[in-house]
Design a protein around this ligand. Sequence first.
Ligand code: COI
Length: 359
Amino acid sequence: MDFLTKKIPDNELKLMYKDYDSLGFGMIYTDYMFTMKWTKEKGWEKGELKKYEPMSFDPASVVIQYSQEVFEGMKAYYSEDGRVLLFRPFDNAKRMYKSAERLCMTPVPEDVFVEAVKELVKIDKRWLPKEKGTSLYIRPTLMGTGVALGVHPSPEYNFCIFITAVGAYFSSGFNTVSLYVEDKLVRAVVGGVGDAKTGGNYAASLLAGLKAEKEGFSQVLWLDAKENKYIEEAGSMNIFFVYGNKLVTPKLTGSILPGITRDSVIKLAAHLGYEVEERNISIDEVVKGIKDKEITEMFGTGTAAVIAPVGGLCYKGETVYAGDNKVGKITEELYNKLVNIQYGEDEDIFGWVETVDTI
Ligand code: COI
């Protein structure tokens, strides 16, 4: 697709690989980025692959003043046979399109989104760590960079993509984390922007997140804003509860992020013969289910978190643990199946994986 101003010649691509032993999340950024601009006059201009650098915007721009911003999180994986793989890239493109529409932004055409991601990954594949569990985390971001101090949509947009080489999101790796159930602050309301992937949702979550961490928990678990009763999602992931051979996850009510990993787990679990229910699930039901040992496992899902085993929940000062706070069998099975597909080791039965390049 001819939407780039120029290609970077291979001999300019310096090998920047360093030490990937303790990657963490968002610690190591690659040296290239992608940018593309939209204006009322010109529409989308040609995109550019260029050296990673700070971007400058007018202090009165809509993104800075009124948070008109949406983003995506997706990953590129190294497969043992030397391929560079993307997982469900068109689903990220579609979700960003929807998020942009909700925030009155000019959306990035889905094919351009995916092509831009691929071009950047091809340049940045030098940074792709090869160990299982590591990947390139890709952050496509759309911002209203024009000035409109009266509250109106921006007259200009910038779409940028940058990449960071990552390992596990939680420093504990694939071990249980515990969550703090927030019963006062809320993340999102039905009719609001909770189902859009916009930075403001995460800014609004910081206070509760810090409170959870101060109490010794990894993340917050949100309840619905109306009744403070139904479970919505965790700080950076959707949530699942395992009742024996049945998985239950909050249904998408409009205030919950429609996670692509969430959707993948629902499809994968059903394929493996598990019953999956998407429904309202109250915190009282969950606490009772854990105490009665009906809930045997819990886990979170997200691009960054992948599948994160959850051991404990703290609600109103009491912490309850499912499955003796150990990683559950079904959680582990789903994790292995999912990552084996993502890393190109298992058959791609759902058609989720796209080869971008080889190394
Ligand atoms: C992701 O999982 O990609 C996210 O966007 C979650 C987070 C790190 C904000």
